[in-house]
Design a protein around this ligand. Structure first.
Ligand SMILES: Nc1ncnc2c1ncn2[C@@H]1O[C@H](COP(=O)(O)OP(=O)(O)OP(=O)(O)O)[C@@H](O)[C@H]1O
Length: 302
């Protein structure tokens, strides 16, 4: 079982290089977080995976085979621009979409009932989509991605605009699908959520995958930080300690980043030389810290 493989996908829009050999895989049962700044290429990748856009080069495979028209019926997709018919009633719309994906009328109705219940929009089944709040429209949009019981889930910013209760519902459903063995990939700018939820994360910059790993792997690969509370130290107390960069100072606490070859014991000596040291703590960078350092690294030339 290999899941979904995105293999060296490249795409240009005229002069704009949107993707350069984008490569990653989402294993069965895995929740994969796809992060990157605006315009990095996440939506383009997802559209190509779904087949609504063609790649200039590269291949998308599912369980080792190139994705075909038939395989695509088993993908559940939540597009960024959303895509519901505003004037159609919720249940009618979901049943219609399930039928389009090949379900029988009875199965489509049963699945519509199940997912509207599960996502907390059962009371809205007979309402037109346009009369729903944005958050409820999003729940229906998720139901639309799930109603045909897909074997792969590809979701473009499914958490944007959701209230905390809806975030919990969405998180629980995605975990449940992954636990059933479905490869789940979603893009998001909410890095705290990605950090909490995902088995693995991929960071995209300028159309390329620049970091992939578990949150733990990515965090331990980033530069370590120190938090040092030195009440009697003057500004610049850590200047001159080799390999150390001062990130900032709040009150008596200085935050520092240890570069390659830096020794935290040199920092401790410099701190003790100023007087008492109230706190000396080593911290791993958060996913958000890592993201910033990855995306602000010099852009790859076109
Ligand atoms: N239809 C299009 N025509 C021309 N350029 C496009 C088109 N769609 C996307 N692009 C460009 O391709 C690049 C990748 O865009 P894409 O929408 O895939 O990024 P994204 O990572 O999803 O961004 P966001 O986080 O803002 O949704 C950007 O430079 C974008 O301007």
């Amino acid at each position: 079982m290999t899941g979904l493989e995105i293999d060296a996908i490249s795409k240009r829009y005229g002069d704009v290089v949107a993707l350069r050999e984008m490569t990653f895989d989402v294993r069965p049962g895995e929740l994969f977080g796809f992060v990157g700044s605006n315009g990095a290429g996440k939506t383009t990748t997802m559209r190509i995976a779904l087949g609504v856009l063609s790649a200039d080069a590269g291949e998308v495979r599912y369980d080792g085979q190139p994705v075909t028209h038939e395989t695509r019926r088993h993908i559940g997709y939540m597009p960024e621009e959303r895509g519901l018919y505003p004037k159609m009633k919720v249940a009618e719309q979901l049943t219609y979409l399930a039928r389009l994906h090949g379900m029988s009328a009875a199965d489509a109705r049963a699945s519509t009932e199940k997912w509207t219940e599960r996502l907390g929009v059962a009371a809205r089944r007979e309402d037109e989509v346009q009369k729903l709040s944005l958050g409820n429209q999003q729940r229906v949009q998720l139901a639309a991605a799930l109603v045909h019981e897909p074997r792969i889930l590809v979701l473009d910013e499914p958490f944007s605009g959701l209230d905390p209760v809806a975030v919990d519902v969405m998180s629980a459903v995605l975990k449940e699908k992954a636990a059933e063995g479905v490869p789940v990939v979603f893009s998001s700018h909410q890095l705290d959520l990605v950090e909490r939820l995902c088995d693995r994360v991929g960071i995209v910059r300028s159309g390329q995958m620049v970091e992939v790993g578990t949150v733990g792997e990515l965090r331990s690969g980033g530069a370590a930080r120190l938090r040092v509370d030195v009440p009697e130290a003057g500004d610049g107390w850590a200047d001159g300690v080799p390999g150390v960069r001062v990130l900032g100072r709040k009150g008596t606490v200085t935050e520092l980043e240890l570069g390659a070859g830096a020794d935290d014991q040199d920092v401790l000596k410099a701190a003790l030389a100023t007087g008492p040291v109230r706190e000396f703590a080593r911290e791993q960078p958060s996913l958000a810290d890592l993201f910033r350092s990855v995306v602000t690294t010099e852009e790859v030339p076109a």
